[in-house]
Design a protein around this ligand. Sequence first.
Ligand SMILES: [Zn+2]
Ligand SMILES: [Zn+2]
Length: 330
Amino acid sequence: MDDSRFGKENSRGFWEPAKPITYGPVFNWPPNPGALVKWLFGFPGYFLPWNIFYAIVAILIWKFLTPPLESFQTFSFYWASVILLRNIILAILVYGAWHMWLYVWRKQGTTFKYNRQWPKEKSEIFLFNNQTYDNMFYTLVSGVPIWTAYELLLLWAYANNIAPMISFDEHPVGFIAVFFLVPFIHEVGFYFAHRLLHVPALYKVAHKLHHRNVNPGPWSGLSMHPIEHLIYFSTILLFFFIPSHPIHMINLASRLGVAPAQGHTGFDRMVVGHEATMDVSYYAHYLHHKYFEVNYSDGMVPLDKWFGSFHDGTPEADEAMKARRLRRGI
Ligand SMILES: [Zn+2]
Ligand SMILES: [Zn+2]
């Protein structure tokens, strides 16, 4: 498979996609209904593959891997342990699958890898002198337990009628509408949490840890300081205000929990057959790891464009970024 059809390697050994990063047409003005329909139902598009995938995962988790809601009316150490174990297994399966495929078995070598170098085997800036072990440690010892704690809090709140709950039978339209909303809640929540984490004081004590991953891999995704985990997963608390069903909350919580694996693969496309590839790109976030103060979010809502931190991967965006830095004296 030749990746030069989709981009090119620059003189410093970085592969760059030919197409600049663009947002979906949801916020385009004037509206373009044709483009919107194409974006909604295309492949890749709003539904396929990833949003549908995460919605199905949430339904399966709720149906088969979550005890009845009444179990959460009072705190039970047993049920808390079950949910924790379920999330640990989910994380190991998802992060592990991406990592094994792309970084251990190296199924496609460095084809479509943004940074042609593999992460160093040994590095003293990481725990155990190893980037992957360090990332696994923060993911499994801090990330998953904090994700689980927020999830348990919301399950308790639904079970006690503290969080506003709707059912499909009573509110089918609202029920489906909240499913549509979850990817937006995810993205907007992530943007503001991430901006907050770049405030110098918080960056220094918390977010710096995540940014040690300048050449990231899947396990870099949830490798964060516990303070960052507390802020990052706090988007789940919005379900104290949004009428929803536990499936919606689980959809958001599991996305926050496992989607960062894909967000940090460091690859633009996955080779899935002799000539076939699949878009797995999170180039915007890759550029964030490379340049720090660009692209705090990625995807559908042009927040970085509105707030002046967008980098679409082109040389012009490089120039604009340098000019911004000069103005700010850095
Ligand atoms: Zn990151
Ligand atoms: Zn950051």
